[in-house]
Design a binder for this molecule. Sequence first.
Ligand code: EPU
Length: 425
Amino acid sequence: MERFRVVGGTRLVGRVRVPGAKNSALKLMAATLLAEGEFRIGNLPRILDVEIMAELLRRLGCQVSLEWEDVQGGTAVISVPGEIGYEADYDLVRRFRASIAVLGPLLARCGQVRVARPGGDAIGSRGLDMHIDGLTRLGARIATEHGFLVAEALSGRLVGASVELDFPSVGATENILMAAVLAKGDTVIDNAAREPEIVDLCEMLQAMGAKIGGAGSSTIEVQGADRLYPVAYDTVPDRIVAGTFGVAAAMTMGDVRVDHARPEHLRIALDKLSAAGAEISADPAGFRVVMARRPRSVDVVTLPYPGFATDLQPQFAAMNAVAEGTAMITENIFEARFVFLQELARLGADVRTDGHHAVLRGVDRLSGAPVVSSDVRAGAGLVLAGLVADGETVVSGIHHIDRGYAGFAEQLTALGATITREDES
Ligand code: EPU
């Protein structure tokens, strides 16, 4: 177990480069299961979840080599055989929830699948009902048996159908989409998720030969194909990592250029930074955040994309903790994401929660203390808080941070932060 020791008080200045998006990369890797042959998935973030997904693909019979180019990322070369396995064990699945993304592709490709059911996690209960309902509409029979989701296509192959989601779930949209591309006939997914990671997946599937319309809108239409083909494809830049550096720049009253980011994926977050007093300049290759004053408080309401991302809520909470004024934060996606606020309070934040609302009254200064990160974004939020706290903040549980931020400490150090990784012991 490792922890970060952060010494507060430095303005962040310089440039950072954003790696590929974790929440896209894992799904692109799962999508390779849909076609036989050799894939190259580039701009992969160098994080543990990518290694675990590689291991999961290997256990299904694929050959996977990860070629890292630097501390941030690299390329996966994935050779998918003609016959693949269709069982994903609990020992891998329990290590990362995104493994559920193999459900749709395996069911489509093999006509049957056994995937261990992931449980809840630190940020909430995380249901699978919409995944199951959607795949059932496509002609699958699905049951939970001895901790596994066991599914089979009733007529041997899935059949296109109309699916209306109760909520634009990212994971359910992805699973249904990856099942529909090899189903017989047409599928329409209504109330589909619109996240950039969904668009990224659609673009890779289109390059593989899938016929998909409406990517990035609430209605996705798929014409099922008999066969798809391997491709070389680069992962979209990580908007959450980019946004995290934007907040870090604003909080520390710094000046940071975030390269290889897509500002159009961060519209609301950048508007919030601007409302907080930052000067933002954006172009297609990235954006710059310059902050000359103490941030002003900004209210945040998390919603499915294009709404404000839940994955940036803790970072904005950290900024609001030291901002001028009072902010209301409403978390609509993951019920347990406010656990992190109690750690922020250990650093001296003035925070009150009531259900899924929190009120943060900005304080003049935070005071460094030992804190524990409960999930990847909580961890990022605590590191940011540490950057502006007096003295040292020791953030433990950083394996969570490592899951979403490739080379986080190295990048912050390059911007002038004092942050070191050390053994918990
Ligand atoms: N939900 C259900 N039933 C379902 C599916 C979802 O009740 O069948 C609920 C969930 O419990 C949750 C909400 O709907 O309360 C949103 O879930 P969604 O399916 O949209 O999210 P996800 O696919 O589980 C992905 C990201 C999350 C990100 C969310 C929202 C991955 C691996 N994870 O989760 O990322 O917060 O979309 O954008 O792609 C993170 O990176 O820190 C992270 C948690």
